[in-house]
Design a protein around this ligand. Sequence first.
Ligand SMILES: [Zn+2]
Length: 398
Amino acid sequence: MKYVLVIPDGVADEPQDSLGGKTPLQAARKPNMDKVCNMGIIGQADNVPPSLPAGSDVGTMSLFGYDPLQFHTGRAPIEAAAQGIELGPHDWAVRCNLVTVEDGLMKSFTAEQIPSDLGAELLGLMQQEQPADSPWEFIPGVSYRNLLLYRGEAGDGPFDDSTATYPPHDITDKPVAPWLPAGKGGEILQELMKASEAVFAKCDANQNRPHGAPPATNVWLWGQGKAPSLVDFKTRFGLSGAVITAVDLLRGMGRLIGWDVVEVPGATGYLDTDYTAKGQYAIKTLKEKDFVVVHVEATDEASHEGNAAEKVKALEAIDREIVGPVHEYLQSQGDYRILVSPDHPTLIRTKTHSHGYVPFTMCGTGIEADGAVTYDEPTAAKSAISIPGYEVVPLFIR
Ligand SMILES: [Zn+2]
């Protein structure tokens, strides 16, 4: 039996005035998702427990069949896994944004999309400031998305459950002072953030960026965690797996459960991604793996931009170029099941991720149709199936 999960990131949403009072899922022309619904069942799932942040790291962990309340340790360790960084049992990973703070306000949580080479230079300067035996290791990534590692030894670590840190993208244009790290180890993080101010102020390339871009003023540290102890997907479900995505959090989650990460040329993680290539790579990957995930970020990005028309357009492309061809291939080759589900709602109204139910639909060998005909939020809300997100994959595979 072959299994495919298609994730239109953040696709669940509210009714839109600009769409004649329909949600993007209701407004879009998506015959292939509706066909899955027609042939199979619809339900709603809650991927993000109220106590955890509504993000793709938590939502995807649920969607891959793992209870985030039990396994989620933070966002940074998943990103470390995406970079192939192994964390020992006493190590911590911390997200290290390069940001621009002006007059005490978070002006840009990306330091205006700082180029990776300048970011690497700044992190190198920070590393030079640390003593040779320092447990802190700055790891350059892409643009503003970098990591700080703590290489620890047995005994008391620098952080615990009381450590509170805040994502800088949640405080855009707000005063940063109330959102500085607090709790155990908060002071250490604050000192590193403070130290970076002086270091970055002295870097010429940072102070004189082309086109008048503002300098990165400091690092912003958040999302700390130790490596989550996740049982391999194959051990748990007896299926080999692979994930197709342009997003690091998804790559990291896949690696942490023993999946292959398939890179697709032209996959951008944005609205201009090559949908057709993603569909074709999914078909190719199915020849080797039992369980293939195709993730598309474009629907989430359209929501972050508050653009309902683009969200519908991205959704229609996912339906036409991925769900359609993949389902057709699955039907041609024997026993199969296909599942469509987002990780969390991303609301056009607020331009950000949200807690709450998402609709999912699945069909295939051994799944009896429940009579639902369209895949959307109102239809899912009427379904008898309303479950925590981590129960969806076990239901899909059973
Ligand atoms: Zn997401």
